[in-house]
Design a protein around this ligand. Structure first.
Ligand code: ADP
Ligand code: MG
Ligand code: MG
Length: 209
């Protein structure tokens, strides 16, 4: 009761794929301002493939499902976001291993492991105007609210609010990583595309887990 099951993970992945599809043009528009106008199409293609792969996996543990999602993203999405989103899901999967009983703290620990992996892979820090600016406050809030004894569902709701705030806060920042950093000071005044898609990932979790 209250744990994260295989159908729950499938719902999360499916919901994220739906949200990315619905927001594809907006994500691409944001990337047109600071990058190469492909974030929406990259992630839409990847999440379609990932949702299909997760659906075909049969009787797997939550961690195995997440690994499959990560591998699919690495192989179908190029650029910066493919390896970074891939790492997020692969590390989550590795953290959960073959566990079938995934409670709130185990899920939060997996998301934290994913965050640490993404930061290491991209060598970025909070404030660099990347997807970490939405993911980090979300994971911090998830831990803090779970520590108060709240349910995973409630904690994810608060984490989603924190992700949205982190996303919004990327707008005035000057990018220090990724393509947007090529613009230097001119990257300020635009919301980061990756932070925007990560906020959808956390929103999808809050809606399904
Ligand atoms: P590309 O820039 O290769 O075209 P995408 O457009 O799909 O890739 O993704 C761009 C997003 O990736 C950025 O908005 C940013 O959030 C994220 N990103 C880029 N570089 C890094 C990095 N080193 N660490 C974390 N996130 C990054
Ligand atoms: Mg791009
Ligand atoms: Mg690109």
């Amino acid at each position: 009761v209250g744990g994260v099951s295989v159908p729950d993970v499938r719902s999360w992945i499916d919901r994220f794929a739906e949200l990315v599809h619905a927001e594809r043009d907006r994500l691409t528009e944001l990337d047109a301002a600071v990058g190469d106008a492909d974030h929406g199409s990259n992630l839409d293609r990847g999440m379609k493939a990932a949702a299909a792969a997760a659906g075909e996996l049969g009787d797997a543990a939550p961690g195995e499902l997440l690994k499959k999602v990560g591998m699919t993203l690495v192989s179908t999405v190029g650029g910066a976001s493919g390896p970074l989103y891939g790492t997020l899901f692969l590390r989550m999967g590795a953290s959960l291993g073959e566990a079938t009983d995934v409670d709130g703290p185990a899920f939060a620990a997996a998301l934290r492991a994913g965050l640490v992996g993404v930061a290491a892979r991209g060598k970025a820090e909070v404030g660099d105007k990347t997807l970490l600016d939405a993911l980090t406050p979300a994971v911090d809030e998830l831990d803090a609210v779970l520590a108060e004894g709240a349910s995973l569902s409630e904690a994810l709701g608060r984490a989603s609010t924190a992700a949205d705030a982190g996303r919004d806060a990327t707008e005035p920042l000057v990018a220090r990583k990724g393509r947007a950093s090529y613009l230097g000071e001119r990257s300020a005044g635009h919301q980061d595309p990756g932070a925007t898609s990560v906020a959808l990932l956390v929103a999808a979790a809050a809606q399904t887990l």
